[in-house]
Write a protein that binds this ligand. Structure first.
Ligand code: ATP
Ligand code: MG
Length: 723
């Protein structure tokens, strides 16, 4: 392939970075300036022009989705298959190392990854065994403590709790937690990174091997690396590797999870020869969107400071919609998407972003109501659904009987008479004798520690696991999965339950068999059996690539998971004080800056059109709240904004002073009701009209009742009273 085409479609600064001599580099630039593009072209350049083998390149991205995209982009630019190249997330790459070197890091070959849910269960169990009160030591706090320490590279032995009893107890929880994970061959997310780092430190020959191999290390979204991730890269790079990092301090949004923007400074200290290249042209967004984002982020202190400009036209102003409540908001968004779709636009060009996962439900309902396909990234993760986790736990047990987290989850699911008391005895014995739960059961049966009924029930469970294991030894992965889903009794259990939810659970179990059938064994990890690989895949990939990628669908995701992505049309919803910025951030002053960066990330996802919506009242987390528009909205200069009001007569007068665009004026329509009107119903009580349709005998109104939620009613029959 000819060299010039690698530089085509790049500006001077980008070319400077892509075609730089082999050295370390920092590309520091704002959103949409082509950082990821530069990184991708650089990889191709190294191979094509510098004749470097793909084998010598390590590229780190932030999500599996980004890694897959990067692989694809590199393959496209370079025209060759990148199968052997290490491109992945920190966790994915570290996991690959642990699989290959499980002995060097003291893990059993069948070690399994536990997610934060499993982790929390384990911690709860440990609190109990240590007789610590959950009120005084909330399990989530202990979890945060453990993960925080691991992110800093600290083992219990490195921590000095001083004379503080609370800290001492947290440390003890960490210690006992770690011991039981080690016994059971379980590895949490933070542990993956920590162990991979320890591998470098404790096994110099392994480190040497990888140092000899990886001559080029490239890291995207560097601003969100935490201490242990940076340390891992730092050690691997040694004195000779060329490290290229790209990042944007204004997009650092994982401070709450231990990410350290200071790593940018650290990098410059550690790699004094590194060049800094700044990119200043934005290619993503139209003028109004870009200028508004720049103005917003300018409110943050301590920025490294970047200029960002665009050649593009100003485009449309940012539309701000003040909704009456969350349902009105959802309906507005879905209405706009529907208009876009009817005019020939793809649904997948539209993204709805929100601050927290709980906000998605109402949006989903509105999309369903309109019959628009949608896909959720994060949140409703397939592999996180209850029934899937149950089935996976059985698979995990037949893979490794000592997997305590899996044991806990399904020992009595479906119910088989193993009650809380029996489990308490088992847990206490396990703790005391330093055994896994499975080993404890063996011993309990041998030494008759359980009464007859309990012993029988436990024996029944163990027999089931052993039988399933034997039956499936020769089976393919998907037949194994199918077998386990049936023989465990899970499927029958959910089939026996009534209702929509149970039905979808059964469908999900069926889908799991399909997932196993279509699972492609990673070529590079020969040490691992197919089942182990599948289990790890489930743990690592939860949520990504879940939905059918071929259907045109609206994309829903949290602002956090939108990082690095771009969409022609973006809706930022729920932009209200207390939601965005979140209440927690408002209570702790220093976190407001991070929320603002998150807002900057959200706004800069939009290429052509950005909508920002908020509601005057919102029912969320089971409560109804009056909301005020977010301070971030007020930080956007008026010249970039147009306000949309569909219901000018109803809304609060104080906001009417701004320029008002009445694209549709609903006052009193043919149903005889207007949106926002208070009504009461003899059975459902008080409520407010949120939508109307039709006229005469067909007229219907949607009412959001205080007690029973939203309902569509036929006006002719409902006998609504107005107040
Ligand atoms: P973020 O900070 O959000 O991750 P980024 O800096 O990584 O953004 P990219 O995603 O690489 O930016 O690029 C943004 C968009 O601009 C992409 O659609 C990309 O293809 C396009 N782009 C980048 N550089 C150029 C260029 N020189 N000419 C035309 N388009 C470009
Ligand atoms: Mg990027």
């Amino acid at each position: 392939m000819d060299v010039s085409s690698l530089l085509d479609g790049l500006n001077d600064k980008q070319r400077e970075a892509v075609g730089a001599p082999q050295t370390s580099m920092l590309v520091l630039a704002g959103a949409g300036s082509g950082k990821t593009r530069v990184l991708t072209h650089r990889i191709a350049w190294l191979m094509q022009v510098e004749q470097q083998s793909p084998y010598s390149i390590l590229a780190v991205t932030f999500t599996n989705k980004a890694a897959a995209e990067m692989r694809e982009r590199v393959e496209k630019v370079s025209g060759s298959n990148m199968g052997r190249m290490w491109i992945g997330t920190f966790h994915g790459l570290a996991h690959r190392l642990l699989r290959t070197h499980y002995k060097d890091v003291n893990l059993p070959q069948t070690f399994q990854i536990i997610d934060s849910d499993d982790q929390l269960r384990l911690i709860k169990r440990i609190l109990k065994s240590l007789h610590l009160d959950e009120k005084q030591y909330p399990p989530r706090q202990a979890q945060g403590y453990i993960n925080g320490k691991k992110d800093q590279g600290l083992r219990p032995k490195h921590i000095d709790a001083g004379g503080f009893p609370i800290e001492q107890n947290l440390l003890q929880i960490y210690q006992v937690y770690q011991e039981s994970c080690d016994r059971a061959g379980l590895v949490d997310f933070a542990e993956i990174l920590l162990r991979a780092h320890e591998l470098w430190l404790n096994k110099p020959h392994v480190l040497q091997h990888y140092q000899d191999r990886f001559k080029h290390i490239l890291v995207d979204e560097f601003q969100d690396t935490n201490a242990i991730q940076y340390a891992w890269i730092r050690v691997l790079a040694g004195e000779s590797a060329n490290v290229m990092i790209v990042g944007d301090d204004d997009q650092s949004i994982y401070g709450w999870r231990g990410a350290q923007v200071e790593n940018l400074h650290k990098f410059l200290d550690d790699f004094p020869k590194a060049n800094t290249i700044r990119l200043e042209q934005n290619y993503r967004s139209t003028g109004h969107i870009l200028k508004a984002s720049n103005e917003l982020i300018a409110n943050n202190p301590d920025r490294l400071g970047k200029k960002l400009w665009t050649d593009d036209k100003d485009g449309e102003k940012i539309s701000i919609y003040c909704a009456f409540n969350e349902m009105d908001e959802a309906r507005f968004i879905v209405g706009r998407i529907n208009d876009w779709h009817e005019m020939g636009g793809d649904l997948s060009n539209c993204a709805i972003l929100y601050r927290s996962n709980a906000q998605s439900r109402v949006l989903e309902e509105a999309l369903l109501h309109k019959g628009l396909a949608y896909r959720i990234y994060g949140g409703l993760r397939f592999f996180e659904r209850q029934e899937i986790k149950d089935a996976m736990s059985y698979l995990r047990l037949i893979n490794n009987k000592d997997d305590d987290a899996a044991f806990e989850r399904v020992v009595n699911t479906p119910t088989r008479g193993i009650g809380g008391r029996t489990l308490d005895i088992l847990r206490a014995t396990a703790k005391q004798q330093e055994l896994t739960l499975w080993q404890t059961c063996l011993r309990a049966l041998e030494e008759k520690l359980l009464n007859g009924r309990a012993a029988n029930a436990v024996r029944g469970f163990m027999d089931l696991i052993v039988e399933m294991q034997q039956d499936t030894t020769e089976m393919s992965l998907h037949r194994t999965t199918d077998h386990v889903v049936r023989e465990s009794g899970l499927k029958a259990m959910y089939e026996a339950e009534k209702g929509e939810k149970a039905r979808s659970r059964v469908e999900n179990l069926d889908e799991l068999v399909t997932a196993a059938r279509t699972f492609i064994m990673p070529e590079d990890i020969e040490e691992m059996g197919e089942l182990s690989a599948f289990l790890s895949h489930a743990a690592l990939e939860a949520g990504e690539g879940q939905a059918d990628a071929f259907t045109d669908a609206v994309q829903l995701m949290t602002l956090h998971s939108a990082k690095g992505l771009e969409f022609p049309v973006v809706f930022m919803s729920g932009v209200e004080e207390g939601i965005f910025p979140s209440q927690m951030a408002m209570d702790e002053g220093d976190r407001l800056d991070e929320e603002r960066r998150l807002c900057y990330v959200g706004m800069t996802r939009a290429m052509e059109k950005l909508y920002i919506t908020y509601a005057e009242t919102r029912r969320i987390y089971g409560r109804e709240n009056f909301a005020r528009p977010s301070r971030f909205i007020k930080e956007i200069p008026e010249q970039h904004v147009e306000e949309i009001r569909l219901k000018a007569k109803v809304s609060a007068p104080q906001r009417a002073s701004k320029s008002v665009v009445r694209s549709r004026s609903i006052v009193v329509n043919q149903s005889g009701f207007r949106v926002g009107q208070s009504v009461s119903h003899s059975k459902f009580g008080e409520g407010k009209v949120t939508d109307t349709e039709g006229s005469g005998p067909q007229a219907r109104v949607q009412v959001d009742f205080h007690d029973v939620g939203s309902k569509w009613l036929v006006v002719a029959y409902a006998k609504l009273e107005t107040s």
